[in-house]
Design a protein around this ligand. Structure first.
Ligand SMILES: Cc1cc2nc3c(=O)[nH]c(=O)nc-3n(C[C@H](O)[C@H](O)[C@H](O)COP(=O)(O)OP(=O)(O)OC[C@H]3O[C@@H](n4cnc5c(N)ncnc54)[C@H](O)[C@@H]3O)c2cc1C
Length: 336
């Protein structure tokens, strides 16, 4: 089979899963990612000399397929964490899956075999009879691709998908919510018992002791917590200064655990499009004329599982329709 050249925009869960499937199917895959590494909304960050998970902290599979797949991945571990709600009532231990040694490890491993171009902010997709071309911030990318797949959050896909107005319209009707997150390194000893705190709270969505996750190598042995604000509060404080957000999250956390919190390091990040509400029942989008597709968490299913399911569905479509031919299908589903 002739190798097909596919470009994927975005190296998050959807892009990395799709890349993995297409590489295994004999495709030649190039990934363009605007940030410096993989993971997208599942990325990790540096805090002092340690690292912590800045985005989705874990996977809580709802489908059998996703659970099975996670259980078979060598870098994925199960975490049974002590869990309390914000009113200090004990709840069942939380059992979740996560990647080791950090959340971004899964995407890093999935894309092995693909060419990864980081700090490549794609601005435009153009398609004609010869193939699909991409423009990035600093000019045109010389390669011509057989197909291009967009895996960015909906708001960032609107302009990219202007060549497929139907897809672009769908992206523009998708609702997304922001999320402020502060990663803190705590000074000295404390006696916070649970590893996860969550529930109803006017500011916080959850607080997670990141340094207690399995497989984390904390060189400094510091205690690292990730404080995530809830969507409503994040929306109300969307344009506030990170410094003030950090202070508000620490104050809320100190009140919940009922002890002073002294920090040695803090990193505050605003995820503008943290979560999406699905706007369609399509698992993926594929336009056989322009050879442009979409797989993402803003289609049929939300969250990291939604991104994974969408990428698998699109990979199946592309692989099934290309086994007997060197051309990608011309007359199949426009929106699947
Ligand atoms: C704080 C937080 C907590 C969360 N908690 C949970 C949870 O508990 N459970 C759950 O299921 N989900 C959770 N989510 C959502 C989950 O992280 C996402 O649904 C999932 O990671 C989406 O993956 P994706 O590949 O579709 O998109 P992304 O991870 O957003 O990947 C898209 C990639 O495209 C890149 N990109 C964007 N525009 C361009 C461009 N023009 N050119 C090149 N690259 C571009 C981005 O940099 C990004 O890396 C959370 C998200 C956040 C932020």
């Amino acid at each position: 089979m002739k190798h097909k050249k596919i470009a994927i925009i975005g190296a998050g869960m959807a892009g990395a899963t799709l890349a993995n499937q297409l590489i295994n199917g004999g495709y030649q895959v190039t990934i363009f990612e605007k940030s410096r590494g993989t993971g997208g909304r599942q990325s990790s960050c540096r805090i002092g000399t340690d690292s912590a998970d800045l985005g989705a902290p874990w996977y809580a599979p709802k489908t059998k397929q996703f659970r099975q797949w996670l259980m078979e991945r060598p870098e994925v571990a199960l975490w049974q964490a002590k869990h309390r709600n914000f009113c200090d009532t004990e709840v069942d231990r939380k059992c979740v899956f996560l990647s080791t040694p950090r959340q971004s490890s899964l995407t890093q491993n999935l894309i092995k075999g693909a060419m990864l171009c980081t700090e490549a902010n794609i601005l435009r997709i153009q398609s004609d009879d010869h193939g699909v071309r991409l423009d990035k911030e600093l000019g045109e990318i010389k390669s011509l691709f057989d197909a291009v797949i967009v895996t960015t959050p909906a708001a960032q896909a609107i302009r990219l998908l202007s060549v497929c107005p139907q897809f672009s319209n769908l992206a523009s009707t998708t609702k997304s919510s922001p999320s402020w997150v502060s990663v803190i390194s705590i000074k000295g000893k404390n006696n916070i018992e649970p590893d996860i705190l969550s529930g109803n709270h006017p500011i916080l969505h959850r607080a997670i002791r990141d340094s207690k996750k399995p497989g984390r190598n904390s060189w400094s042995r510091k205690e690292i917590w990730v404080l995530e604000a809830n969507s409503e509060w994040s929306q109300r404080h969307r344009d506030s200064a990170p410094n003030n957000i950090g202070k508000a999250l620490i104050k809320a956390f100190a009140a919940v655990v009922d002890q002073p919190i002294e920090i040695s390091c803090i990193r505050t990040h605003r995820w503008l499009y943290a979560r999406h509400q699905s706007a369609t029942s399509a698992d993926y989008l594929w336009d056989p004329i322009s050879k442009i597709g979409v797989c993402a968490d803003w289609l049929n299913n939300p969250g990291n599982e939604g991104a994974w399911l969408s990428a698998n569905a699109l990979a199946n479509h592309l692989l099934c329709h290309s086994t007997n031919s060197d051309c990608l299908p011309l007359n199949h589903a426009v929106v699947s």
